[in-house]
Design a protein around this ligand. Structure first.
Ligand SMILES: NC(=O)c1ccc[n+]([C@@H]2O[C@H](COP(=O)([O-])OP(=O)(O)OC[C@H]3O[C@@H](n4cnc5c(N)ncnc54)[C@H](O)[C@@H]3O)[C@@H](O)[C@H]2O)c1
Length: 396
């Protein structure tokens, strides 16, 4: 029996020389998809990818293309790339401040668009991009990788299965010590610490908190946040000192639908003594869970120890002992790759892809409202971003 030929989807990758572009999107996602023989489609066929790498530095691009092998092409001319009909998808992993303009160009060129978060610097800009892509009938999406982390998938399953009884609260701890770059090289790019270049932990991380809370726990209704620039000076990639103009920590509370209270601390100035770089604890009447990036532990109500406050003696309980680690009941693939496969299936055969630019705009909105809360020192409500969609109109 002859097999139907595979579909080939041309993907333009911009910002591919960066940390996320090169590692997560090119190496860990698209090259893996090529290696495994394409992205599986719901109709049993597969989508192959043809790649065009875009950036500023010809040497870096040529090296990445050589590493990728096959027919991977590269160019420093974004306009020419967008004019090439062989490529129907534009992906953007540039620094955040460059994203909106490039997405707008790609939409005008009739490309389906997929982008790293945050989608834009303001929610108004992000919403405009969604409206433009939607009106043109183009596929569109934003990276929401944390949804496919094994630890958070296990947590999502617990919430969906009713494990917690009535869910009371969620507390997230995110962060690690990012070296200032003077004696030990920094692990993050210097633009992350400059507001004028799209930096700041609020814009960076609240784009994640929005979809993690909305989709795994319950929709976010209000936010109260205080940020801080704990380190005023850092040293950049060339060893030069620079002033930090963006916050490097954010301490936030959220009210969620159903009365759940969430607190999430995020900091690049914290030393880790916890299970993982991101740890989310959820407590409910019938049990609690703690999720890291890959692992997840539970403590059902009947296994809850009964501590008694007595600072005169060493704590007799080992609080880590009474937790049960959940097994991996199935294999977990790279989170970015799983979402790429879903986007390719969306473009190829219209498979559902709910992680649209509108969802990306909601992430930017939460960051904006957190900034407002910090500035005005008060709680801020989170309104519907596109109210026209709530009465019967559906997002694509
Ligand atoms: N999903 C996640 O978990 C996650 C994690 C980290 C970063 N990000 C996002 O990914 C994006 C990239 O972050 P990164 O850490 O990879 O940054 P990076 O600095 O390592 O890479 C940025 C890319 O943008 C390109 N670029 C920068 N200035 C340019 C210019 N003037 N002209 C053309 N290209 C330019 C660089 O060449 C590079 O390819 C950011 O928007 C960030 O918020 C997402």
């Amino acid at each position: 029996m002859s097999r139907e030929p595979d579909l080939v989807i041309g993907v333009i990758l911009n910002g591919v020389t960066g940390r996320m572009g090169a590692h997560q999107h090119l190496r860990r996602s698209l090259l893996e998809i090529r290696r495994q023989g394409g992205a599986p489609l719901p109709n049993g066929r597969r989508a192959q990818v043809r790649l065009l790498l875009v950036g500023r530095n010809p040497e870096k691009l040529a090296a990445l293309a050589a590493e990728a092998g096959g027919d991977v092409r590269w160019t420093t001319d974004l306009h020419a790339a967008l004019s090439d009909p062989e490529y129907s998808v534009y992906f953007d992993a540039q620094t955040t401040d460059r994203r909106a303009a490039a997405l707008r160009q790609a939409i005008a060129a009739g490309k389906h668009v997929y982008a790293e978060k945050p989608v834009a610097l303001t929610s108004a800009e992000a919403l405009d991009l969604w409206r433009a892509a939607h009106a043109a009938g183009l596929g569109n999406g934003v990276v929401q990788d944390k949804l496919w982390l094994p630890g958070l998938q296990k947590l999502q399953h617990l919430v969906a299965s009713g494990f917690f009884g009535r869910l009371l609260s969620v507390r997230g701890e995110f962060g690690y010590w990012v070296f200032d770059g003077r004696d030990v090289p920094a692990q993050r790019p210097s633009w992350n610490y400059r507001r004028e270049e799209g930096g700041g932990i609020i814009l960076d991380m609240f784009a994640h908190w929005r979809y993690v809370l909305d989709r795994i726990v319950s929709p976010v209704r209000a936010v109260c946040c205080v940020g801080a620039t704990h380190l005023a000076e850092r040293w950049d990639e060339r060893g030069q000192p620079y002033a930090c103009t963006a916050e490097d920590a954010a301490y936030a509370m959220f009210e969620l639908d159903g009365g759940v209270i969430a607190t999430i601390n995020a900091s690049w100035c914290v030393r880790v003594r916890r299970d993982d770089l991101l740890v989310v604890q959820a407590d409910g009447t019938l049990g609690s869970a703690v999720a890291g990036l890959r692992r997840c532990w539970i403590q059902p109500a009947p296994a809850t120890p009964r501590p008694v406050w007595n600072p005169d003696v060493d704590q007799p309980l080992d609080f880590f002992d009474s937790w049960i680690e959940l097994p991996d009941q199935r294999p977990y693939d790279n989170a970015f790759k799983v979402q790429w496969e879903a986007f390719l299936a969306h473009v190829a055969v219209g498979a559902p892809f709910p992680w649209t630019l509108l969802e990306g705009a909601k992430g930017v909105q939460l960051a904006e409202l957190a900034h407002q809360s910090w500035r005005e020192r008060r709680w801020v409500e989170v309104p519907d971003l596109a109210p026209e969609l709530s009465d019967g109109h559906k997002a694509p």
